[in-house]
Design a protein around this ligand. Structure first.
Ligand code: AMP
Length: 509
């Protein structure tokens, strides 16, 4: 007999169960409704994509790409790694064939590995299978040969949305193209409250390819308005959900030019060099790799030092200053409250101007429920035409946690109607009644076996049903059905044909 084994969800992943999933559905349904009213349509990109796509879009140097992605080789069906020595010869043949047909990567590097494998295997077989060194070499190269493109589970979805925009020629659609998505993302992070390895995001992107003659300073008011409307949509969504303690922080990080962000980063770097000794190892490293990221630091002892660093607002170019002022004016017009936070940055070059983050109550240190910003240039970086972009990603797990902490996680009761029946005839009537009630949208529990009415009512109570429909001989004979309101215990007779109307009226009250 097979050994008994208990399986558990992998660390950092979890099952979402009823009744909590009702809240998840409510959140997702509300997102669909609110985003729909702003003219957004849903995109469902695949869960895995070429690793290269994320490396480019998210940045090869970021923690997400360098450490946190779940990556695997997407090999053709015809080939598997050799497990025993007898597999080596067929493996060699298959690999050679597949590299010739282009089904596995035929880069110079890979071809060289195949060659090395072939040579060492040949030396080994010619040595009458005694040259252990060549065998080990052959084994090594067999494992090194790349059997397919590297693919990764998506750590975020903006890259996929931009890839899809290009792939489907969406620049030819009326611009801008407004898309939203929701679904699981994967990052190998250290799990804690509000941080998981499989987590869920709800996000949206606005993409607009530049027409000839478009772009430049005259687009400033338009871009700022788009930014403000995207933020307004987010705040409307959170308000609709009743999320509490929502705080919106905004910043402008200028654009990648010497008279703007690049100039600022130079000054920041110089200022950081001066205080280097007082900083922790992470920040010290970032002075070289990505000085802006030092501003993200949450280390207590660095806070006072960071407060004294040069601020980006003092180094923005005129256009970026104008844009930021207009974003704020537009937020004002929409009644959206915000705080400025000059330390809100993004580490990548294509991010520009507007950045924002939203925090909510009840989340401890992982209190960011949403991050977003403008990323003109990303689509072009991925091989598309010059295209503007702005978007955000909401952490759905955290949004749900915050709603639950605030007591807003209340879910509808389990059942509307419990149909209690006794006797064969009553079962037929009960089935018919359940069909009618379900068709009318009620959540109905129909027990599979007959139960004494006392027991049935007890079960109805346990399931949180609001009404029990009681069908016994008397009800069948007269066509007058008994309905019991479980909370009050009140009981009355209703004509069979009036039952749906009666319950609708009751429930709407
Ligand atoms: P990012 O894509 O890193 O800008 O994250 C956007 C939002 O996703 C954050 O504000 C969080 O709410 C959420 N988020 C990011 N990483 C995780 C994670 N590992 N677990 C749960 N939520 C996350």
């Amino acid at each position: 007999m097979a050994e008994k084994k208990k399986f558990q969800a992998i660390k950092g992943t979890r099952d979402l169960l009823p009744p909590e999933t009702e809240l998840w559905n409510r959140v997702e349904q509300t997102a669909r409704e609110v985003f729909g009213t702003f003219g957004f349509g849903e995109i469902r990109p695949p869960i895995f994509e070429p690793t290269e796509l994320f490396a480019r879009a998210v940045g090869g140097e970021t923690d997400i790409v360098s450490k946190e992605m779940y990556t695997f080789e997407d090999r053709p069906l015809e080939v598997d790694r050799p497990r025993v020595m007898g597999d080596f010869e067929p493996y060699l043949m298959t690999v050679k064939k597949l590299s010739e047909s282009g089904s596995i990567p035929s880069t110079t590097e890979n071809l060289e590995k195949i060659k090395n494998f072939e040579t060492s295997w040949e030396v080994f077989t010619k040595s009458s299978w005694t040259d252990v060194h060549s065998l080990m070499e052959a084994e090594f190269y067999a494992g090194e040969i790349s059997l397919g493109p590297d693919v990764s589970l998506r750590p975020e979805a903006t890259a996929s949305v931009c890839r899809a925009y290009i792939e489907h020629g969406m620049h030819a659609l009326p611009q801008p193209v407004k898309l939203y998505y929701m679904g699981p993302m994967f990052r190998r992070e250290r799990p804690q409250k509000g941080r998981y390895r499989q987590f869920y995001q709800i996000g949206a992107e606005v993409l607009e390819t530049l027409q000839p003659g478009q772009g430049g300073a005259k687009d400033i008011p338009k871009d700022a308005t788009v930014d403000a409307e995207v933020i307004e949509m987010l705040m409307t969504f959170f308000a609709r959900l009743g999320l509490e303690g929502v705080q919106l922080e905004i910043n402008s990080i200028g654009h990648a030019a010497d008279n703007c962000r690049r100039g600022y980063v130079q000054k920041l770097k110089m200022a950081l060099e001066e205080v280097k000794e007082q900083l922790g190892p992470d920040s010290q490293r970032r002075i070289e790799t990505n000085p802006l990221r030092v501003l993200d630091s949450k280390l207590e002892r660095e806070q006072a030092i960071i407060a004294g660093l040069p601020k980006i607002a003092d180094h923005l170019c005129d256009d970026c200053k104008k844009q930021f002022a207009e974003v704020k004016r537009q937020l004002g017009l929409r009644g959206v409250k915000y705080q400025e936070n000059w330390r809100l940055v993004r580490g990548l070059d294509y991010y520009m101007r507007t950045t924002f983050e939203i925090t909510a109550r009840g989340l401890g240190s992982q209190n960011a429920v949403c991050g977003g910003g403008r990323y003109d240039g990303l689509v072009e970086l991925l091989g598309g035409p010059p295209t503007k972009g702005i978007g955000f990603a909401i952490g759905e797990d955290r949004l749900i946690l915050s709603l639950q902490e605030a007591g807003k996680g209340g879910v509808a009761q389990g059942r509307d109607v419990f149909v209690a029946w006794m006797g064969e005839k009553a079962q037929a009537t009960a089935i018919g009644a359940a069909q009618k009630l379900r068709a009318a949208g009620f959540r109905v529990e129909l027990p599979p076996v007959e139960q004494k009415f006392g027991k049935a009512l007890g079960q109805a109570d346990k399931l949180g049903a609001r009404y029990a429909l009681i069908l016994g001989d008397d009800e069948i004979a007269t066509g007058q059905w008994t309905v019991k309101t479980l909370a009050s215990g009140e009981q009355r007779k209703v004509a069979a044909q009036d039952m749906v109307k009666f319950l609708k009226g009751e429930i709407e009250e």
